[in-house]
Design a protein. Structure first.
Length: 144
């Protein structure tokens, strides 16, 4: 396994674990599984927990990808950050679409559907980060 792929798996796995732990802590211990009422708006505990965990795992994930996995990238940090954000939004969308497709159209058990979805989204994410978000001049030459 190439070192970069190993680093991607290790950093991505660690960040995913951080995201899940932060979600669990937020949902159970910070919000006590109760919705939050803000004026005329009520946010469910599970959605707000997702937002809280995302606010922690997004910058952590970017930092790890930029400084550990794709440190040789020649792009400016703000460009990388914008592209990373776009990729994260795309991955959230792809997760939603593939899970719905596998469960509702192909009638695959939800846990199995999640595994298939994760494999697809992780592959997409790695290739996109390598060739777009954290592109290097060497990567550009390999594509030509």
């Amino acid at each position: 396994m190439p070192l970069q792929t190993f680093r991607y798996a290790a950093c991505g796995g660690t960040n995913t674990l951080l995201d899940i732990v932060m979600y669990y802590i937020s949902y159970n211990f910070i919000l006590h599984q109760q919705p939050v009422h803000i004026g005329f708006l009520t946010i469910s505990a599970y959605v707000l927990s997702f937002i809280i965990s995302f606010c922690i795992s997004f910058p952590t994930g970017f930092f790890l990808m930029r400084n550990v996995v794709f440190s040789e990238s020649t792009l400016h940090g703000r460009v990388q950050l914008f592209r990373y954000f776009v990729l994260v939004v795309a991955c959230l969308f792809l997760n939603y679409i593939f899970i719905k497709l596998f469960v509702e159209q192909f009638h695959i058990y939800p846990t199995i559907a999640k595994v298939f979805t994760t494999v697809i989204v992780v592959a997409f994410s790695y290739l996109t980060q390598k060739h777009f978000t954290f592109r290097t001049e060497q990567t550009d030459r390999q594509i030509d």
